[in-house]
Ligand binder design. Structure first.
Ligand code: OFO
Length: 197
């Protein structure tokens, strides 16, 4: 059974995830208006992910016998000066979610509510991934925003095209498989349907 404090904090997290979902969906509209269709799609998908985060919490609360509640969420911003300012907002959003998840984890631990503590571990791992994802996108956007940065990106793209970004042993491994004379060679196939001995 959830304590009143934990229930309140979990419900607050439900609302925060709903808010993040609505913010990202709104960001996708601004991105579309700038013809950044792929980034818009990324944010649209991410809005769905936040909704999924919200529903996981929602279900968990109800499963404990308490009642999940979604509070009112603020209207999302509709205007951004640049792609970078939008990405900065998204990073702040993720940092905010992480802060609240950490608070929740701490509260669950203090109350010795190990079931909730365990449930929240998924969010801890998720936030680690998402902060990394958003901050690396912001970093890339900042690099591309400069002339030197664009040149560096072109170089990086050349490395990708040349295949040098995959480990050498991977090629060797693939190569040795590809050149195995006894593997999938048409001459070794028995067309009568019988295996040769
Ligand atoms: Fe993007 O994160 Fe939810 O929790």
């Amino acid at each position: 059974m959830l304590s009143t404090t934990l229930l309140e904090k979990l419900n607050r997290q439900v609302t925060l995830e709903a808010e993040a979902s609505s913010n990202y969906l709104q960001m996708s509209a601004w991105l579309l208006s700038q013809s950044l269709d792929n980034t818009a799609l990324f944010f649209r998908h991410h809005a769905q992910e936040e909704r999924h985060h919200m529903l996981r919490l929602f279900d968990y609360i109800n499963e404990t016998g308490a009642t999940a509640r979604i509070a009112a969420i603020p209207e999302p911003d509709t205007e951004y000066d640049t792609l970078i300012s939008l990405m900065e907002c998204a990073c702040r959003e993720e940092e905010r979610l992480t802060t609240h998840i950490n608070e929740l984890v701490n509260a669950a631990l203090e109350e010795k509510d190990f079931s909730t503590f365990q449930f929240l571990q998924w969010y801890v791992a998720e936030q680690h991934e998402e902060e990394h994802l958003f901050s690396s996108l912001l970093h890339k956007a900042r690099i591309i925003n400069t002339l030197d940065g664009r040149a560096l990106f072109r170089f990086d793209e050349e490395v990708r095209k040349s295949g040098l970004h995959t480990p050498r042993h991977h090629h060797e491994h693939e190569g040795s498989e590809g050149h195995d004379p006894h593997r999938h060679h048409p001459c070794h196939e028995d067309h009568t349907g019988h295996h040769s001995r």
